[in-house]
Design a protein around this ligand. Structure first.
Ligand SMILES: Nc1nc2c(c(=O)[nH]1)N(C=O)[C@@H](CNc1ccc(C(=O)N[C@@H](CCC(=O)O)C(=O)O)cc1)CN2
Ligand SMILES: Nc1ncnc2c1ncn2[C@@H]1O[C@H](COP(=O)(O)OP(=O)(O)OP(=O)(O)O)[C@@H](O)[C@H]1O
Length: 236
């Protein structure tokens, strides 16, 4: 006996009047201000960070002390041109393998600029459990009496140092491209600060070995206007 295939009747109409009231209960979606990191990009950035940290460490270890002391002594002329009179210059208190920033700090101070360093507060950001970065004045570049130990084994301005918002910011890098893309420590500290201060002139300081043809980037990544190395000045 041949069983006829079941016939399908017309698809019943959606009970619109039943579903519509539910739909109106859903609040309108606003796009997130910051897109979460994709797993692939996060893994790629983490791998690059360890590769670049090793490259930086080996490069610095291969320099003799006398040479190291002579590098990053004075900004090259095209870089100095990016720092207008009256600029508040943000620098960093370099760790052993970062591009040294001490001579630049003295230089800008001698020219009459206010010099500021990052200071990490314990106040968590409203949506991320990370310390917030602010900048505060650094005046004693010789004795460092106005600095104290902060998170990540970094020295930072004491709590009573006056806040100072850089108009020109020098940023330590793990990696950079000639197009101004940068890779930092991964805390998002600079990315967040720069997103809130879009008019700041951003200058990366790095060793030549930190140059890459390309770096993974995300929409939140803040690009640099220029990068200075011991042998090159890249203006984007
Ligand atoms: N000198 C300096 N100051 C700085 C930074 C920096 O990169 N360098 N920052 C940049 O955002 C901010 C501090 N944020 C940081 C976030 C993460 C790590 C970090 O993961 N450090 C590694 C050691 C890295 C290394 O060996 O180079 C660690 O503690 O394991 C450091 C600083 C502000 N001040
Ligand atoms: N504007 C922002 N608001 C909230 N979170 C952010 C913002 N910018 C970056 N982040 C977060 O910070 C974390 C680190 O970002 P990323 O990996 O790009 O750091 P990075 O390139 O090493 O830069 P940084 O020097 O700023 O740490 C990521 O989880 C990222 O989602």
């Amino acid at each position: 006996m041949v069983v006829p295939p079941p016939t399908m009747g017309p698809i019943p109409a959606m009970p619109v009047d039943w579903i519509a009231p539910l739909m109106t209960d859903i609040p309108p979606q606003t796009p997130p201000a910051h897109t979460p990191q994709s797993i692939e990009t996060g893994i790629a950035k983490a791998a690059l960070r360890s590769e670049l940290r090793a490259a930086r460490r080996e490069h610095v270890a291969a320099l003799d002390d006398a040479t190291r002391g002579l590098l990053f002594m004075r900004p090259p002329a095209p870089l100095a041109a990016l720092v207008p009179q009256g600029a508040i210059v943000g620098l960093y208190h370099a760790t052993a393998h970062e591009a040294p920033a001490h001579s630049y700090a003295r230089h800008w101070q001698e020219l009459g600029h206010t010099v500021a360093l990052p200071r990490l507060s314990d106040t968590p950001n409203e949506d991320v459990a990370e310390p917030v970065v602010e900048f505060a004045e650094w005046t004693d570049m010789f004795e460092e009496s106005d600095l104290e130990p902060g998170p990540f084994k970094m020295r930072q301005p004491k709590a009573d140092a006056a806040p100072a918002e850089p108009t020109v910011l020098f940023i330590p890098l793990l990696g950079f491209t000639a197009a101004g893309d940068r890779l930092g420590q991964g805390g998002g500290h600079y990315d967040r600060w720069l997103a809130d201060h879009p008019d700041t002139v951003r200058i990366g300081m790095a060793w030549d070995v930190q140059l890459r043809d390309e770096l993974p980037t995300e929409p939140h990544d803040q690009r640099l206007h220029a990068i200075v190395t011991p042998t090159r000045f890249y203006e984007v």
